[in-house]
Design a binder for this molecule. Structure first.
Ligand code: M6R
Length: 359
């Protein structure tokens, strides 16, 4: 049932181009968004989730703001449900959950129900409690995810959230037909680019053999790559048991730079986008303190800034807007191969459950 793979996680990582294409076929008809929502009149989006799903929300905040100019916030469910959040009747609340059964997310949904105009959920299990208690449940179509570490659910969550941001952009008059077509073409390119990224698995395994000896690892990113840094760190922690932290690159000098020495690998997620130069300058600060930098970028980025780094992964070019969807793959593969090198239980990491139905 692992389809020739050693672990479910490896199989589920490899399935991503296919499931992403399936989800696109479901939600996109030519250049039309097949999503039954209308964002006209929505004052604010409040997104709530736990763990990896919360990082999908965090990425989507950048999209809703940039693409649709829509005020948007997100929170982790365990905080949201107890902090008496101020919601408004023109707000929509959006809940993201693979299982649809996460106790804190469900409780947050029940709290929001009394306070917002509409409850929308983005789920993998359409019969789940969160789906059933939503006004609208959008399936991510990832298929069954067995590995405790969420992989294909994350990228499918991101896809559905990206499509929602596009729909919001159209409904709010922020995206004309040409701009929409451009974004859709960029999304449609992703499965092919993901196949290309999957072929880097062998190179990534080589880096992971070294990473497996680290005690601490830092992940850095800017813009929508910041939440991806958080996700990369979570993935590494949960399956390889190596302490890892994700930071916004610009936060480095506000504390974490004190950790840097030759024993701390720093993984920099930096496609050659508008923020690249800024991230590179943070990366150079790390290298000046003998930090071991792994730069994950595209050809232009690696050529421009990769020379003195400890290691480099050259990703295919993609739209900067949706780069988090593609760059999720090397982050997942790094965690996977590091865990394999350490010999941990990849699919069933200690102390963790696939579905967290108690708070
Ligand atoms: O089923 P959910 O998406 O609600 O689960 C949320 C988290 O428990 C989950 O994403 C967790 O963080 C994963 N194990 C991360 O890989």
């Amino acid at each position: 049932e692992k389809g020739g793979f050693k672990h479910f996680m490896a199989k589920e990582i490899a399935e991503q181009p296919g499931v992403l294409a399936d989800a696109m076929a479901h939600y996109l008809q030519d250049d039309r968004l097949n999503i039954d929502v209308d964002f006209a009149g929505v004052g604010r989006i409040t997104m709530v989730a736990c763990g990896t799903a919360s990082y999908a929300c965090h990425v989507a905040k950048y999209w809703f703001e940039q693409i649709a100019g829509l005020p948007c916030e997100f929170d982790i469910a365990s905080e949201f449900r107890y902090r008496e959040p101020v919601l408004s009747p023109t707000s929509w609340a959006l809940f993201v959950s693979q299982s649809g059964e996460t106790a804190d997310t469900l409780a947050a949904l029940r709290y929001a129900r009394e306070h917002v105009a509409r409850i929308v959920s983005v789920v993998n299990v359409p019969t789940s409690s969160i789906a059933r208690e939503s006004d609208l449940a959008l399936p991510i179509m990832a298929g069954v995810e067995v590995g405790v570490a969420s992989t294909k659910a994350f990228t499918c969550q991101l896809l559905v959230l990206a499509l929602l941001a596009l729909k919001a952009g159209v409904d709010r008059g922020r995206l004309d037909a040409a701009a929409l077509a451009g974004h859709i073409a960029a999304l449609r390119a992703l499965p092919g680019l993901m196949n290309h990224a999957l072929q880097m698995s062998g190179d990534i395994a080589g880096v992971a053999d070294d990473l497996a000896r680290a005690r601490d690892v830092l992940f850095l990113g800017r813009g929508a790559m910041f939440p991806l840094a958080l996700e990369g760190a979570l993935k590494l922690k949960e399956i390889s048991y190596i302490h890892a932290e994700g930071y916004a690159s610009g936060e480095l000098k506000h504390g974490p730079i004190a950790l840097i020495d030759e024993d701390v690998p720093v993984i920099v997620l930096a496609p050659r986008d508008a923020l690249f130069e800024k991230t590179v300058s943070n990366m150079q600060e790390v290298m000046a303190r003998n930090g071991k930098v792994l730069l994950i970028s595209d050809k232009a980025g690696v050529e421009e800034a990769g020379q003195k780094t400890w290691a480099r992964l050259m990703m295919p070019d993609c739209s900067p807007m949706f780069a988090p969807i593609l760059y999720a793959l090397p982050a997942q593969l790094l965690a996977y191969h590091t865990a394999v090198a350490k010999g941990t239980d990849v699919d069933q990491p200690r102390n963790l459950a696939k579905s967290v139905t108690v708070e």
